[in-house]
Design a protein around this ligand. Structure first.
Ligand SMILES: CC(C)(COP(=O)(O)OP(=O)(O)OC[C@H]1O[C@@H](n2cnc3c(N)ncnc32)[C@H](O)[C@@H]1OP(=O)(O)O)[C@@H](O)C(=O)NCCC(=O)NCCS
Length: 207
């Protein structure tokens, strides 16, 4: 067998017929089109800097939105029906919630400018790069820093912080600060007044 024939027998990446069977869009073509052409442009707009309008539109398209949520211009949401946001969250400028799968955000969560929440992934071992999805959970009081990337399946514990520009590919335990790419533990987060009973204890291993 010639080298050329051998070469042809090797498996190769072929994206001509992708396996998107896990890409469950969750709404009809009509609703998705309405979101794409009307809802999303309003939510993203710089011309309508009224957070309440944006939150109401997200809610209209199926998002669970708590009280006092502040949505800044440039917010991009893939599918609002896969989004839950708790009370008093801040969603910063140009935040991209790429939620092919559910993204669940607790109360008092801050997501800073340009952060990217990525729920989609590909099986790189398959020639067709089969798509799969994993949810993201940001628990109460956590903070995703500016331009940080949160990878599929990641959970930020209560009060956890992902530093600016970090790439978070593992869960961050409660009350820990992680930074870098890939993100690593930096220090425990100490809140003033942390003796209050509603504050979770710090991780003993980290203090
Ligand atoms: C994570 C953060 C809160 C840490 O603050 P801090 O507790 O004062 O931490 P320090 O600056 O003392 O840094 C501690 C260590 O983490 C490192 N570090 C801090 N932030 C980092 C980052 N974004 N990326 C990589 N490493 C970082 C520091 O270099 C330092 O490392 P060293 O101990 O080896 O010197 C802060 O750096 C950050 O990223 N804030 C987010 C800013 C942001 O998103 N703003 C938008 C809203 S306006």
């Amino acid at each position: 067998m010639t080298a050329a024939q051998l070469q042809r027998l090797q498996p190769r990446v072929d994206l001509s017929r992708p396996d998107n069977s896990e890409y469950v869009k969750g709404r009809s073509f009509f609703v998705i089109a309405l979101w794409h052409f009307i809802g999303s442009p309003i939510v993203r707009s710089n011309l309508i800097p009224v957070s309440r309008v944006k939150c109401n539109i997200l809610h209209l398209f199926g998002a669970k939105i708590g009280r006092g949520v502040y949505a800044k211009p440039g917010l991009r949401v893939k599918f609002p029906w896969y989004l839950a946001v708790g009370d008093h969250c801040w969603l910063g400028e140009d935040v991209w919630i790429d939620n092919l799968a559910p993204v669940t955000i607790g109360a008092n969560v801050c997501i800073s400018q340009g952060a990217y929440l990525c729920t989609g992934n590909h099986d790189w071992s398959l020639p067709d790069m089969k798509l799969f999805r994993r949810p993201i959970v940001l628990n109460d009081g956590s903070w995703v820093g500016a331009r940080a990337t949160v990878c599929p399946g990641v959970t930020l514990g209560t009060g956890a912080i992902a530093a600016a520009g970090s790439v978070i590919n593992k869960d961050i335990p409660a009350w820990e600060i992680w930074a870098g790419n890939p993100a690593r533990f930096v220090r425990a987060r100490r809140l003033a007044g942390a003796s209050r009973p509603d504050m979770a204890p710090y991780s003993a291993a980290r203090t």
